[in-house]
Design a protein around this ligand. Structure first.
Ligand code: NDP
Length: 334
């Protein structure tokens, strides 16, 4: 697969360039950035042959088959629509856009154009999350009563830019982390949150955007989800707990970009360590994307998955702003 990168970002630099190149014939041909200096520096640092500030330069290149979009959140929509119009397959970072309505427009455009479109929700690509899901779906903990997601972390200093001070760029912990947690809940439980109540605050980092959020989601099955995200918690650790009528699953240190963590299941029979495959999360997602382009199966997280995770995040913000319980609006999402 021959790729163009749209966005000279940290995630591309730290994880995705390697993940794209890890696939058979995985080639990164272009880097597109908003500034020429950054584009050239990124190209040199990662040995990418072509760089430019104009998206069209990469989209007009017939050798480019797919684009990976990891610019600031406000730019995803125009860039994705441009790539789709050029007939390129698209792997887009979350949140897909600033609103679920805009995200749905992107995904509908991709469907109409017949290109593969995926959302880079990496957590469902983790062996740990896949193991928890398998236990739930095999009925090992009975009927699920509740899910608690602990995702309050410390935002690294090098990322303390637009995420904490620019609502216009799509900053704030809700579009950054709550979207991931919404995808985790949907992936693990196999159902979509119906309504939410929430509070958000700025606890030290956020300037004009929230840096911490706590919310409770009602699922169609009657299960409850409790979700906590923050940029300001250096020592909290991360994890999730799933509690069912026949058992509980404790997954510690699994809300991360690394294939790490520990899982334990507790039932009437006692405690059991759950083993899982420690594969690279991003390589897993890219492999599924490449397979989908080749006509072999579906992507790990679809465009509609990205629309739905953003719809939940939007509802969380609205619930926090109004103090009301908010129904999640999925629009035309199937
Ligand atoms: P960065 O802040 O590193 O990059 C985002 C954009 O900001 C870049 O495209 C670049 O614009 C600009 N930028 C970056 N560094 C600088 C700098 N030093 N000076 C000036 N401009 C700069 O963000 P992330 O890599 O953390 O996030 C990018 C996207 O990826 C977001 O949508 C985020 O939500 C998502 N993400 C997803 C993750 C996942 O696991 N799925 C993990 C982390 C992020 P330009 O391209 O114009 O140069």
């Amino acid at each position: 697969m021959i790729w163009a990168l749209i966005g000279a970002s940290t995630i591309a630099s730290q994880y995705m360039v390697d993940a794209l190149r890890a696939q058979p014939a995985g080639t990164v041909r272009w880097i597109i950035s908003g500034t020429a200096v950054r584009a050239a520096e990124f190209a040199a640092a990662h040995d990418i042959p072509y760089s430019d500030t104009h998206l069209a330069a990469a989209l007009d290149d017939p050798a480019v088959q797919a684009v990976y979009i990891s610019s600031t959140n406000d730019r995803h929509m125009d860039q994705a629509l441009g790539a789709i119009a050029a007939g390129k397959h698209v792997l887009c970072e979350k949140p897909l856009a600033l609103t679920a309505k805009d995200a749905a427009q992107i995904v509908a455009a991709a469907e109409a154009a017949g290109v593969v479109f995926a959302t880079n929700h990496h957590l469902r690509c983790a062996g740990s999350h896949q193991a928890v899901r398998a236990l739930i779906h095999a009925g090992r903990i009975g009927r699920v009563l509740s899910l608690r997601i602990h995702h309050a972390v410390h935002l690294p200093e090098n990322l303390q830019g637009w995420r904490i001070n620019s609502a216009a760029s799509g900053g704030g912990v809700v579009p950054d982390i709550t979207v991931h947690d919404a995808d985790v809940a949907r992936f693990l439980l196999g159902e979509d949150p119906q309504s939410v109540v929430a509070q958000v605050t700025s606890s030290g980092l956020g300037q004009g955007v929230e840096d911490s959020a706590m919310s409770v989601w009602a699922m169609p099955s009657g299960a409850m989800v409790m979700s906590h995200e923050s940029f300001t918690h250096p020592f909290a650790g991360s994890g999730l707990e799933v509690h069912g009528t026949e058992g509980s699953i404790f997954a510690r240190g699994v809300m991360t970009q690394q294939p790490v963590g520990e899982i334990e299941m507790v039932t009437a029979k006692g405690r059991e360590v759950v083993r899982f495959e420690a594969h690279n999360l991003y390589q897993f997602g890219v492999a599924r994307f490449c397979d989908a382009v080749a006509g072999r199966g579906g992507v790990a997280a679809s465009g509609w998955d990205g629309v739905k995770s953003l719809a939940v995040a939007e509802a969380v913000r609205q619930a926090a702003a109004t103090g009301a319980q908010v129904s999640v609006g999925y629009g035309v999402a199937p």
